[in-house]
Design a binder for this molecule. Structure first.
Ligand SMILES: Nc1nc2c(c(=O)[nH]1)N[C@H]1C(S)=C(S)[C@@H](COP(=O)(O)O)O[C@H]1N2
Ligand SMILES: [Mo]
Length: 345
Protein backbone atom coordinates (compact mmCIF):
# COMPACT_ATOMS: atom_id res chain seq x y z
CA UNK A 1 0.00 0.00 0.00
CA UNK A 2 1.44 3.36 -0.94
CA UNK A 3 1.56 6.20 1.49
CA UNK A 4 -0.85 8.18 -0.55
CA UNK A 5 -3.39 5.40 -0.62
CA UNK A 6 -3.12 4.90 3.09
CA UNK A 7 -3.69 8.59 3.66
CA UNK A 8 -6.79 8.69 1.49
CA UNK A 9 -8.35 5.68 3.15
CA UNK A 10 -7.60 6.85 6.65
CA UNK A 11 -9.17 10.23 6.11
CA UNK A 12 -12.20 9.02 4.22
CA UNK A 13 -13.11 6.68 7.02
CA UNK A 14 -13.59 9.61 9.34
CA UNK A 15 -14.51 12.36 6.98
CA UNK A 16 -17.11 10.84 4.67
CA UNK A 17 -19.84 11.14 7.24
CA UNK A 18 -20.50 11.64 10.90
CA UNK A 19 -19.05 9.17 13.34
CA UNK A 20 -20.12 9.52 16.97
CA UNK A 21 -17.38 10.88 19.16
CA UNK A 22 -17.49 7.97 21.53
CA UNK A 23 -16.14 5.81 18.70
CA UNK A 24 -13.37 8.20 17.71
CA UNK A 25 -11.25 9.21 20.67
CA UNK A 26 -8.95 12.22 20.38
CA UNK A 27 -6.10 9.78 20.96
CA UNK A 28 -6.97 7.65 17.96
CA UNK A 29 -7.33 10.72 15.77
CA UNK A 30 -3.98 11.97 16.96
CA UNK A 31 -2.21 8.66 16.41
CA UNK A 32 -3.85 8.30 13.05
CA UNK A 33 -2.45 11.63 11.97
CA UNK A 34 1.01 10.72 13.22
CA UNK A 35 0.87 7.45 11.32
CA UNK A 36 -0.28 9.23 8.21
CA UNK A 37 2.61 11.65 8.44
CA UNK A 38 5.01 8.76 9.06
CA UNK A 39 3.64 6.71 6.19
CA UNK A 40 3.94 9.59 3.82
CA UNK A 41 7.08 11.24 5.06
CA UNK A 42 7.29 14.99 4.66
CA UNK A 43 9.22 14.54 1.41
CA UNK A 44 6.39 12.52 -0.05
CA UNK A 45 3.99 15.30 0.85
CA UNK A 46 6.02 17.84 -1.02
CA UNK A 47 6.75 15.67 -4.03
CA UNK A 48 3.66 13.74 -4.91
CA UNK A 49 0.56 15.78 -4.19
CA UNK A 50 -0.92 18.69 -6.13
CA UNK A 51 -0.74 22.10 -4.45
CA UNK A 52 -4.36 22.30 -3.47
CA UNK A 53 -4.38 18.93 -1.74
CA UNK A 54 -1.12 19.84 -0.04
CA UNK A 55 -2.64 23.03 1.38
CA UNK A 56 -5.55 20.98 2.66
CA UNK A 57 -3.25 18.55 4.39
CA UNK A 58 -1.29 21.27 6.12
CA UNK A 59 -4.58 22.79 7.32
CA UNK A 60 -5.68 19.38 8.52
CA UNK A 61 -2.54 19.00 10.55
CA UNK A 62 -2.93 22.44 12.05
CA UNK A 63 0.11 23.98 10.39
CA UNK A 64 -1.65 27.30 9.80
CA UNK A 65 -2.68 28.49 13.22
CA UNK A 66 -1.00 31.88 13.45
CA UNK A 67 -4.17 33.96 13.01
CA UNK A 68 -5.45 36.79 15.18
CA UNK A 69 -8.71 35.81 16.84
CA UNK A 70 -11.86 37.06 15.11
CA UNK A 71 -13.30 40.07 16.95
CA UNK A 72 -16.86 39.77 18.32
CA UNK A 73 -19.08 42.61 19.59
CA UNK A 74 -21.43 42.93 22.56
CA UNK A 75 -25.16 42.83 21.74
CA UNK A 76 -28.26 44.33 23.38
CA UNK A 77 -31.15 41.97 23.87
CA UNK A 78 -34.09 40.98 26.04
CA UNK A 79 -34.21 37.63 27.86
CA UNK A 80 -37.76 36.26 27.60
CA UNK A 81 -38.50 33.92 30.50
CA UNK A 82 -40.00 31.20 28.31
CA UNK A 83 -36.62 30.60 26.66
CA UNK A 84 -34.59 30.33 29.85
CA UNK A 85 -33.54 26.74 30.68
CA UNK A 86 -32.86 25.34 34.14
CA UNK A 87 -29.99 23.22 32.75
CA UNK A 88 -26.46 24.47 33.33
CA UNK A 89 -25.13 26.10 30.16
CA UNK A 90 -22.20 24.58 28.30
CA UNK A 91 -19.13 26.72 29.08
CA UNK A 92 -18.47 29.31 26.39
CA UNK A 93 -15.02 27.94 25.56
CA UNK A 94 -16.58 24.54 24.81
CA UNK A 95 -19.29 26.08 22.64
CA UNK A 96 -16.66 27.93 20.62
CA UNK A 97 -13.95 25.25 20.49
CA UNK A 98 -15.84 22.02 19.78
CA UNK A 99 -17.62 22.58 16.49
CA UNK A 100 -18.93 20.98 13.34
CA UNK A 101 -18.35 23.31 10.39
CA UNK A 102 -16.94 21.16 7.60
CA UNK A 103 -16.18 24.17 5.42
CA UNK A 104 -13.23 24.65 7.80
CA UNK A 105 -12.32 20.97 8.24
CA UNK A 106 -13.90 17.85 9.68
CA UNK A 107 -12.35 17.57 13.13
CA UNK A 108 -13.91 19.35 16.07
CA UNK A 109 -11.04 21.80 16.54
CA UNK A 110 -10.62 22.66 12.85
CA UNK A 111 -13.29 25.41 12.77
CA UNK A 112 -11.77 27.42 15.63
CA UNK A 113 -8.28 26.86 14.23
CA UNK A 114 -9.05 27.68 10.60
CA UNK A 115 -11.86 30.26 10.67
CA UNK A 116 -10.42 33.19 12.61
CA UNK A 117 -9.62 35.18 9.46
CA UNK A 118 -13.17 34.78 8.11
CA UNK A 119 -14.62 38.02 6.68
CA UNK A 120 -18.24 38.88 7.46
CA UNK A 121 -18.16 42.48 6.26
CA UNK A 122 -19.53 42.98 3.65
CA UNK A 123 -22.28 40.37 4.00
CA UNK A 124 -25.67 40.08 2.40
CA UNK A 125 -28.52 37.77 3.31
CA UNK A 126 -31.23 37.58 0.64
CA UNK A 127 -34.78 36.34 1.26
CA UNK A 128 -36.48 35.63 -2.05
CA UNK A 129 -38.53 33.08 -3.97
CA UNK A 130 -42.27 32.86 -3.31
CA UNK A 131 -42.50 36.06 -1.25
CA UNK A 132 -44.39 39.33 -1.74
CA UNK A 133 -41.36 41.51 -0.95
CA UNK A 134 -37.87 40.06 -1.33
CA UNK A 135 -35.51 41.39 1.36
CA UNK A 136 -31.76 41.90 1.37
CA UNK A 137 -30.09 42.48 4.73
CA UNK A 138 -26.55 43.76 5.12
CA UNK A 139 -24.32 42.96 8.09
CA UNK A 140 -25.53 45.91 10.15
CA UNK A 141 -29.20 45.11 9.51
CA UNK A 142 -28.74 41.54 10.74
CA UNK A 143 -28.38 42.85 14.30
CA UNK A 144 -30.58 45.97 14.05
CA UNK A 145 -33.68 45.26 11.98
CA UNK A 146 -35.31 43.00 14.56
CA UNK A 147 -35.40 43.29 18.36
CA UNK A 148 -32.90 40.74 19.63
CA UNK A 149 -33.61 38.20 22.32
CA UNK A 150 -31.59 35.60 24.16
CA UNK A 151 -32.79 32.02 24.00
CA UNK A 152 -31.04 29.17 25.74
CA UNK A 153 -31.60 26.00 23.74
CA UNK A 154 -30.40 22.42 23.92
CA UNK A 155 -28.37 21.47 20.83
CA UNK A 156 -28.30 17.74 20.00
CA UNK A 157 -25.84 16.63 17.33
CA UNK A 158 -26.71 13.49 15.35
CA UNK A 159 -23.31 12.17 16.55
CA UNK A 160 -24.84 11.75 20.05
CA UNK A 161 -23.29 14.67 21.93
CA UNK A 162 -25.13 17.75 23.16
CA UNK A 163 -24.70 21.25 24.51
CA UNK A 164 -26.83 23.96 26.10
CA UNK A 165 -26.22 27.27 24.36
CA UNK A 166 -27.43 30.82 25.07
CA UNK A 167 -28.05 32.19 21.57
CA UNK A 168 -28.96 35.79 20.70
CA UNK A 169 -31.10 36.52 17.65
CA UNK A 170 -34.67 36.75 16.37
CA UNK A 171 -37.37 34.36 15.24
CA UNK A 172 -37.22 33.09 11.67
CA UNK A 173 -40.99 33.77 11.45
CA UNK A 174 -40.50 37.50 12.06
CA UNK A 175 -38.26 37.73 8.99
CA UNK A 176 -40.51 35.54 6.84
CA UNK A 177 -43.55 37.63 7.81
CA UNK A 178 -41.83 40.81 6.64
CA UNK A 179 -41.08 39.17 3.30
CA UNK A 180 -44.64 37.81 3.05
CA UNK A 181 -44.69 34.06 2.32
CA UNK A 182 -47.08 33.35 -0.55
CA UNK A 183 -49.92 30.89 -0.08
CA UNK A 184 -48.58 28.27 -2.50
CA UNK A 185 -45.25 27.99 -0.65
CA UNK A 186 -44.46 24.70 1.14
CA UNK A 187 -40.73 24.81 2.02
CA UNK A 188 -37.90 27.15 2.93
CA UNK A 189 -34.37 26.55 1.58
CA UNK A 190 -31.21 27.87 3.24
CA UNK A 191 -27.74 28.24 1.77
CA UNK A 192 -24.31 28.84 3.35
CA UNK A 193 -21.72 31.14 1.79
CA UNK A 194 -19.70 29.58 -1.02
CA UNK A 195 -16.21 31.04 -0.91
CA UNK A 196 -13.45 28.43 -1.34
CA UNK A 197 -10.74 31.05 -0.82
CA UNK A 198 -12.01 31.56 2.73
CA UNK A 199 -13.33 28.07 3.38
CA UNK A 200 -10.60 25.49 2.77
CA UNK A 201 -13.05 22.59 3.12
CA UNK A 202 -14.80 23.82 -0.02
CA UNK A 203 -11.53 23.57 -1.94
CA UNK A 204 -10.40 20.13 -0.89
CA UNK A 205 -12.67 17.10 -0.86
CA UNK A 206 -10.48 15.55 1.81
CA UNK A 207 -10.86 18.49 4.12
CA UNK A 208 -14.55 19.15 3.40
CA UNK A 209 -15.73 15.64 4.28
CA UNK A 210 -17.17 14.89 0.85
CA UNK A 211 -20.06 17.36 1.16
CA UNK A 212 -21.15 19.02 -2.07
CA UNK A 213 -20.86 22.76 -1.35
CA UNK A 214 -22.45 25.16 -0.73
CA UNK A 215 -24.01 23.53 2.32
CA UNK A 216 -27.78 23.66 1.99
CA UNK A 217 -30.65 22.94 4.38
CA UNK A 218 -34.41 23.17 4.45
CA UNK A 219 -37.57 23.25 6.54
CA UNK A 220 -41.27 23.04 5.79
CA UNK A 221 -43.09 26.37 6.00
CA UNK A 222 -44.92 25.14 9.12
CA UNK A 223 -41.58 24.26 10.79
CA UNK A 224 -40.04 27.58 9.80
CA UNK A 225 -43.04 29.50 11.20
CA UNK A 226 -42.86 27.63 14.52
CA UNK A 227 -41.96 29.97 17.36
CA UNK A 228 -38.81 27.95 18.20
CA UNK A 229 -37.14 28.40 14.79
CA UNK A 230 -34.48 31.00 15.39
CA UNK A 231 -31.91 32.98 13.47
CA UNK A 232 -28.92 33.47 15.77
CA UNK A 233 -26.56 36.41 15.33
CA UNK A 234 -24.80 35.87 18.65
CA UNK A 235 -24.05 33.61 21.58
CA UNK A 236 -23.12 34.34 25.17
CA UNK A 237 -24.20 37.98 24.63
CA UNK A 238 -21.80 38.73 21.74
CA UNK A 239 -21.88 38.45 17.96
CA UNK A 240 -21.15 34.94 16.68
CA UNK A 241 -17.58 33.83 16.20
CA UNK A 242 -16.97 32.36 12.72
CA UNK A 243 -16.69 28.78 13.96
CA UNK A 244 -20.31 29.00 15.18
CA UNK A 245 -21.66 30.42 11.92
CA UNK A 246 -21.00 34.19 11.82
CA UNK A 247 -22.68 36.44 11.02
CA UNK A 248 -26.05 34.59 11.03
CA UNK A 249 -27.08 30.93 11.39
CA UNK A 250 -30.24 28.94 11.87
CA UNK A 251 -31.08 27.19 15.15
CA UNK A 252 -33.85 24.55 15.14
CA UNK A 253 -33.47 22.96 18.57
CA UNK A 254 -35.84 19.99 18.12
CA UNK A 255 -33.84 18.70 15.14
CA UNK A 256 -30.35 17.23 14.89
CA UNK A 257 -27.65 19.89 14.76
CA UNK A 258 -26.90 19.49 11.05
CA UNK A 259 -30.21 21.24 10.26
CA UNK A 260 -28.90 24.39 12.01
CA UNK A 261 -27.05 25.74 8.98
CA UNK A 262 -24.31 28.32 9.50
CA UNK A 263 -23.17 31.53 7.77
CA UNK A 264 -26.34 31.91 5.69
CA UNK A 265 -26.41 34.06 2.53
CA UNK A 266 -29.76 33.04 1.08
CA UNK A 267 -33.20 31.98 2.27
CA UNK A 268 -35.48 30.96 -0.55
CA UNK A 269 -39.22 30.27 -0.23
CA UNK A 270 -40.22 27.34 -2.48
CA UNK A 271 -43.12 25.11 -3.47
CA UNK A 272 -41.16 21.87 -3.18
CA UNK A 273 -38.78 20.18 -0.75
CA UNK A 274 -35.24 21.46 -1.37
CA UNK A 275 -32.15 19.22 -1.37
CA UNK A 276 -30.21 19.17 1.92
CA UNK A 277 -26.49 18.48 2.30
CA UNK A 278 -26.28 15.52 4.68
CA UNK A 279 -29.26 13.87 3.04
CA UNK A 280 -27.56 14.18 -0.34
CA UNK A 281 -24.41 12.62 1.06
CA UNK A 282 -26.03 9.64 2.81
CA UNK A 283 -29.81 9.59 2.53
CA UNK A 284 -30.23 6.31 4.41
CA UNK A 285 -28.53 7.88 7.45
CA UNK A 286 -29.71 11.49 7.42
CA UNK A 287 -33.29 12.37 6.55
CA UNK A 288 -34.87 15.66 5.57
CA UNK A 289 -36.80 15.90 8.85
CA UNK A 290 -33.99 14.89 11.23
CA UNK A 291 -36.14 15.34 14.32
CA UNK A 292 -34.33 14.30 17.48
CA UNK A 293 -35.82 10.91 18.30
CA UNK A 294 -34.40 8.48 20.90
CA UNK A 295 -36.53 5.67 19.41
CA UNK A 296 -35.16 5.83 15.88
CA UNK A 297 -31.50 4.87 15.86
CA UNK A 298 -28.95 5.97 13.33
CA UNK A 299 -28.08 2.88 11.22
CA UNK A 300 -24.62 2.82 12.83
CA UNK A 301 -25.32 3.89 16.43
CA UNK A 302 -28.00 4.33 19.07
CA UNK A 303 -29.76 7.66 19.50
CA UNK A 304 -31.21 6.71 22.90
CA UNK A 305 -28.69 8.76 24.88
CA UNK A 306 -26.15 11.53 24.40
CA UNK A 307 -22.99 12.89 25.99
CA UNK A 308 -23.69 16.25 27.53
CA UNK A 309 -20.61 18.38 27.11
CA UNK A 310 -19.75 20.27 30.28
CA UNK A 311 -16.69 21.56 32.08
CA UNK A 312 -14.58 18.49 31.51
CA UNK A 313 -15.14 18.14 27.78
CA UNK A 314 -16.43 15.30 25.70
CA UNK A 315 -14.81 12.28 27.31
CA UNK A 316 -15.69 13.06 30.87
CA UNK A 317 -19.12 14.15 29.63
CA UNK A 318 -22.14 12.71 31.39
CA UNK A 319 -24.31 10.37 29.35
CA UNK A 320 -27.94 11.50 29.62
CA UNK A 321 -31.10 10.13 28.03
CA UNK A 322 -32.08 11.78 24.75
CA UNK A 323 -35.54 13.32 24.80
CA UNK A 324 -38.15 13.07 22.05
CA UNK A 325 -37.90 16.23 19.91
CA UNK A 326 -34.95 17.13 22.16
CA UNK A 327 -37.46 18.04 24.89
CA UNK A 328 -39.44 20.47 22.71
CA UNK A 329 -42.41 18.17 22.03
CA UNK A 330 -44.93 20.56 23.64
CA UNK A 331 -44.14 23.11 20.92
CA UNK A 332 -43.59 20.90 17.88
CA UNK A 333 -45.17 17.43 18.26
CA UNK A 334 -48.35 18.67 16.54
CA UNK A 335 -46.40 19.34 13.34
CA UNK A 336 -45.83 15.59 12.97
CA UNK A 337 -49.04 14.07 14.30
CA UNK A 338 -49.95 12.49 10.94
CA UNK A 339 -46.41 11.42 10.03
CA UNK A 340 -44.63 8.09 10.55
CA UNK A 341 -41.43 9.27 12.20
CA UNK A 342 -39.63 6.01 11.36
CA UNK A 343 -40.26 6.56 7.70
CA UNK A 344 -39.71 10.31 7.74
CA UNK A 345 -36.53 10.33 9.88
N1 LIG B 1 -22.63 25.38 6.82
C1 LIG B 1 -22.58 24.44 7.78
N2 LIG B 1 -23.48 24.47 8.78
C2 LIG B 1 -23.44 23.54 9.76
C3 LIG B 1 -22.47 22.50 9.74
C4 LIG B 1 -21.52 22.49 8.68
O1 LIG B 1 -20.63 21.63 8.57
N3 LIG B 1 -21.60 23.49 7.73
N4 LIG B 1 -22.48 21.53 10.73
C5 LIG B 1 -23.77 21.29 11.42
C6 LIG B 1 -23.66 20.38 12.56
S1 LIG B 1 -23.42 18.74 12.19
C7 LIG B 1 -23.84 20.79 13.84
S2 LIG B 1 -23.88 19.69 15.13
C8 LIG B 1 -23.96 22.24 14.18
C9 LIG B 1 -22.90 22.60 15.20
O2 LIG B 1 -23.05 23.94 15.62
P1 LIG B 1 -21.96 24.55 16.61
O3 LIG B 1 -20.60 24.22 16.07
O4 LIG B 1 -22.25 26.02 16.66
O5 LIG B 1 -22.18 23.88 17.95
O6 LIG B 1 -23.79 23.08 13.02
C10 LIG B 1 -24.43 22.61 11.84
N5 LIG B 1 -24.34 23.61 10.80
MO1 LIG C 1 -24.03 17.60 14.10
Amino acid sequence: MTGKKRFTQGIQKRASWHIPDNQVTPESVFNDRRNIIKALGLGALGASLPGQVQAGIFDLFGEQKAQNPFVTQGLQYATPAKFVLPNPKTPEDKVTRHNNFYEFGTSKSDPVDNAQGFKVDPWTLTIDGLVDKPITLDLHELTTRFALEERTYRLRCVEAWSMVVPWVGFSLASLLKQAGVQSNATHIAFETLFDPDQMPGQKSRLMGGGIHYPYVEGLTVAEAMNDLSFLAVGLYGKTLPPQNGAPIRLVVPWKYGFKSIKSIVRIRVMDKQPPTSWNQLASSEYGFYANVNPEVDHPRWSQASERSIGEGGLFSAKRIPTQMFNGYGDSVADLYKNIDLRKFY
